[in-house]
Design a binder for this molecule. Sequence first.
Ligand SMILES: *Cc1c(COP(=O)(O)O)cnc(C)c1O
Length: 293
Amino acid sequence: MKAYKSLKDGTIRLFRPDMNMKRLQSSMERLQMPGSDFDHQQLIDCIAELVRLDQRWIPEGEGYSLYLRPTVIATHKFLGLAAPDDILLYVITSPVGPYYKSGFKPIRLTADTPYVRAWVGGTGHAKVGGNYGPTMKAQAEAASEGYAQVLWLFEENGEDTITEVGAMNVFFCIADRETGLPELVTAPLDRGDILPGVTRDSILHLARSWGNIKVSERFATMREVIEAADEGRLLEAFGAGTAAVVTPISCVKYRGTDIDIPATGEITKRIWDEVTGIQYGIKEGPPGWSVEI
Ligand SMILES: *Cc1c(COP(=O)(O)O)cnc(C)c1O
């Protein structure tokens, strides 16, 4: 997560730390780590104290923040394969700057990769290191072909379902064939291969509150995306995560063909404005989202 200096009054704020604690807990549980029953408020209090001590390291301005990475490693002195008896929980902090210094920079993706990020029954829903090491080769191969990230698919019932992009959740906005109404689609969590992003959850909540678009947690398929693109109904697409908030997608390569997506749309921009507005204390968000420390 990140600590932000309010652009309105200089207060220091965390964004939805409670959700981060829940995810840390469930990730620890998945790895059978002791201490996963830790007191969430106590760890938030510790992180808040750390941020107060380090507050001169929080850069100011839109897009600037202090990145915070609570990390847990096993420290059990044992060579066999067993759940650890001892763990170390520590928090890495680092000042970070804006992803977009001069407007959005849409990225091109490739879905043509022989690798799979996560699968049913695996650890895709947990933020565990083992999910990320194996993606480096896929990432390097995508980069060597001129694509910024991999669009991760998972085949189910003969369909390529869209799961995530790089280490972000992904949203597609598709107009309904009959009504023309936009539908904002992201993968659901119940299959177990999707990381429950705090940004994802926040976007779903905000977009549902607008009341003017349909918001769905369901698996979009590549077949559906191709059809929508062919019929001019593929409106926008973006990745979502704490690092960049939203990252517009301009193209997806699939089975050797580039599918173009119109550049940054209205929905992507509105989500950016609302999420960053709440993070930087400019806009009032739902209760408990922006926590002053
Ligand atoms: C961290 C992460 C996300 C985004 O989660 P946020 O809480 O929004 O930062 C999405 N997908 C993967 C695979 C991740 O590791």
